[in-house]
Design a protein around this ligand. Structure first.
Ligand code: F6R
Length: 263
């Protein structure tokens, strides 16, 4: 596990974009797992800049988003389809056929749909690099506390905390989604490399529990302790409750000398 500490959200987003850009340059057919949410905004902004100003080419990249709210059409202003279009896909050259986002407008046989999403990941050859944010309650994707650590893509009931966090984004007259389709923890853990981004004081407890606490379904991000190649990029506020800063700094210094490709 690598922990990269940055002063704030902007630096954190730029660092994530730098790692993604390097991965795309090394492997133009990269299969990239994507997340939405405010923490990822600077990252997408920087990736768009790299595409425009430094010719970063996404033409062969294949993407898989983690999740989508159930009941929202792709054009709804709060859907993750809309978020991705607005902040990333409309500004880079990823062919539409290479973009995969769970469809929140489906009704009926959810299990079948979720199996087909898993199959599309397998058919592409698996995810090379998965980007994650983290919820205040330690969720990754929408794997809320008590989610099975072996879970696959499925329909998930959102926790009250997540629903409350989302309320501000919806009109008062609108119903805030109570369910989502999300990749499972088992799905996420199969990605070859994982990058988790966290910013701000509201994430400090979740980050400390995920990195230094026990592996537990109560904090689903703690399952990342089981993965061989995870990089946490956190700002000072999100990293404030970690105990082993000195060690993480030394690990980074030695990594830069011994295995710089990991950075
Ligand atoms: C979104 C997702 C969620 C968010 C998390 C943090 O695709 O999977 O797990 O990453 O809720 O959201 P923000 O960055 O808005 O705090």
């Amino acid at each position: 596990m690598l922990l990269v500490l940055k002063p704030g959200k902007q630096e954190l987003g730029r660092e994530a974009a730098r790692i993604i850009a390097n991965a795309v340059r090394r492997n133009p057919v990269l299969r990239l797992g994507l997340a939405t949410g405010s923490t990822t905004l600077e990252m997408y902004k920087e990736l768009v800049r790299l595409h425009r100003e430094e010719s970063l080419d996404f033409s062969q990249v294949v993407t898989f988003n983690l999740d989508e709210y159930l009941g929202l059409s792709p054009t709804h202003s709060q859907s993750f389809h809309h978020f991705m279009q607005q902040n990333f896909f409309a500004h880079v050259n990823i062919p539409a056929a290479n973009i995969h986002i769970p469809d929140g407008s489906i009704t009926g046989d959810y299990d079948r749909y979720c199996c087909s999403y898993e199959q599309s990941i397998r058919d592409a050859g698996g995810i090379d690099l998965q980007i994650l944010g983290i919820g205040r309650n330690g969720h990754i994707g929408f794997n809320e506390p008590t989610s099975s650590l072996g879970s696959r893509t499925r329909l998930k009931v959102l926790s009250k905390e997540t629903i409350d966090d989302n309320r501000k984004f919806f009109e008062q007259s609108e119903k805030v989604p109570e369910c989502a389709i999300t990749m499972g923890i088992g799905t996420i853990l199969e990605a070859k490399r994982i990058l988790l981004l966290a910013s701000g004081p509201s994430k400090a407890a979740a980050i400390a529990q995920a990195i230094e606490g026990p592996v537990t379904a109560s904090v689903t991000a703690s399952a990342l302790q089981l993965h061989p190649d995870v990089t946490f990029i956190v700002d000072e506020q999100a990293g404030a409750q970690l105990k082993h800063h000195d060690y993480y700094r030394r690990v980074l210094e030695m990594t830069a000398i011994l295995t710089p490709d990991r950075l």
